[in-house]
Design a binder for this molecule. Structure first.
Ligand SMILES: C[S@@+](CC[C@H](N)C(=O)[O-])C[C@H]1O[C@@H](n2cnc3c(N)ncnc32)[C@H](O)[C@@H]1O
Length: 273
């Protein structure tokens, strides 16, 4: 189920106020990749800012944004020269249409279950042209960023109607394995009552991530630890990955033993190489 903060129009309208594109170091990383690719799919595109910027900067190819949250997508739809699709990655059937698939804003971390991850990665691979790339990031669990998600670190923003809105996180402790659940509270003196949104994000480490990708026929080409292009190290804040579509593993034996630390079953996704 989609977070309330993405499906409720008032909260969706706050997203770009809280995360203005001009302040986003991740967009500086992704935009050159998008501009260089003729056909791009943005999974979990949210309000569509990345593709909007690409079009604004002269991208003339096929730009498509996918998101299951109607309130986020309604904001994206204000730009009509981009294709917007309501749904999740597994619910659509793109066959080798894109040179690049991106997942930004840590959208990858909403994929919390093993099956959900396998399905999404299989669908990403199927959507890519031969040799196409998947670029995304996930927060490095070693850094335990969620420990900063406390009410004392609340932020204040002013929405388009002039209301001052406070946003605060509260993590449910103890953390359950690699799953971090938290509540985000939005409040304003101009509102009758606060609005709440519950989220769970998965914090995969680099080795578990590489096994999921390899099992899905996606080979890691480059990895970075931060948006300035620093190499991935043990204490890097981000695990930024660019993976290329390759042939599917011929059999599961090569990955099965190493997958034993992951819960759930694993099977190679079907489809051509
Ligand atoms: C933190 S926002 C990121 C939005 C945008 N990519 C960005 O960089 O600003 C996460 C987005 O993932 C979407 N989302 C949630 N579940 C999803 C799923 N299963 N597949 C794809 N996107 C999903 C949410 O609706 C939300 O718009």
């Amino acid at each position: 189920m989609v977070d309330h903060q993405f499906s409720e129009p008032t909260l969706a309208a706050l997203y770009d106020v809280l995360h203005p594109s001009e302040a986003r170091a991740d967009f500086a990383f992704y935009l050159p990749l998008v501009m260089a690719a003729p056909a791009v799919l943005d999974v979990g595109c949210g309000t569509g800012e990345l593709l909007r910027l690409a079009r604004q900067r002269g991208h003339r190819g096929h730009l498509c944004g996918l998101d299951p949250a109607d309130a986020m997508l309604d904001r994206a739809r204000r730009r009509s020269d981009i294709e917007w699709v309501l749904g999740e990655m597994g619910s659509v059937d793109w066959d080798r249409q894109f040179d690049l698939v991106v997942m930004t804003g840590h959208a990858f971390q909403v994929l919390t279950g093993d099956e959900q991850l396998h399905e999404a990665l299989a669908a990403v691979r199927a959507a890519l042209l031969r040799g196409g790339r998947f670029a995304f990031e996930t927060r490095n669990p070693v850094v335990r960023e969620w420990e900063e998600w406390v009410p004392a670190n609340a932020v204040l923003v002013t929405d388009s109607a002039g209301a001052v809105v406070r946003m605060a996180h509260q993590v449910e402790l103890p953390v359950q394995g690699d799953l971090v659940s938290f509540t985000t509270t939005y409040s304003s003196p101009d509102w009758e009552r606060p609005r709440y949104s519950s989220s769970t994000l998965r914090f995969l480490d680099a080795s578990a991530l590489s096994l999921f990708l390899a099992g899905a026929g996606l080979e890691i080409e480059q990895q970075y630890g931060d948006w300035d292009g620093a190499p991935l190290g043990a204490g890097s804040p981000e695990i930024i990955t660019v993976a290329r579509r390759v042939a599917l593993p011929l059999c599961r034996n090569s990955t099965q033993p190493a997958m034993s630390n992951l819960s759930g079953s694993w099977s190679a996704p079907p489809g051509p190489t």
